[in-house]
Write a protein that binds this ligand. Sequence first.
Ligand code: COA
Length: 166
Amino acid sequence: MRRAIYPGTFDPITNGHLDILRKATGIFEEVVLAVANVTGKSTFFSFDERVDICRRCCEGIPNVRVEGFDSLVVDFARKIGAVTMIRGLRAVSDFEYELQLALMNRMLDRGLETIFLVPDHNYLYLSSSMVRQIVRLGGSLDDFVPKLVEERLHKQFQVVDKPVSV
Ligand code: COA
């Protein structure tokens, strides 16, 4: 079976990520969307929440499985039998970081190749941090994330922004 891994922080998953995922399912027999616990950045949603949100958003997309992982991505890819890693390339600014990631992963495991997919043009400038900022400032996320993600963001911001009672 041609299985690919699509790893990320997904904090939160956006329509841009889902667009890449759907494109990948047209190429591979199975795509494992892999939510990283260790990402090098502090996250807005916990690991469990990110996995749960991704699972719910991917329900109904055929040939997709959502898994969380706590190791090097190359080790997790080997464990699940994936030989291809999918990453989205949005703008030139992504390139340097993505090239570094792909080369580093290849150094760690020569058996894992990275393939870059380009999102639809309306998602080219979308990012998870912009989504978080828009919801925080009361903007509409209709075109950027599934409804469920918007609801979870609102809920989480209520928790985070609640004044501490003394
Ligand atoms: N649509 C919308 N946004 C996208 C996107 C798309 N198609 N593709 C990338 N992005 C954005 C994300 O929204 C996110 O934005 P933010 O920085 O504003 O939050 C950013 O690009 C990157 O996030 P994401 O796609 O979730 O991936 P990542 O770069 O955070 O993922 C891992 C990094 C998980 C792949 C990497 O940390 C990893 O492999 N960790 C496991 C440990 C490991 O192996 N480390 C060594 C690696 S050499």
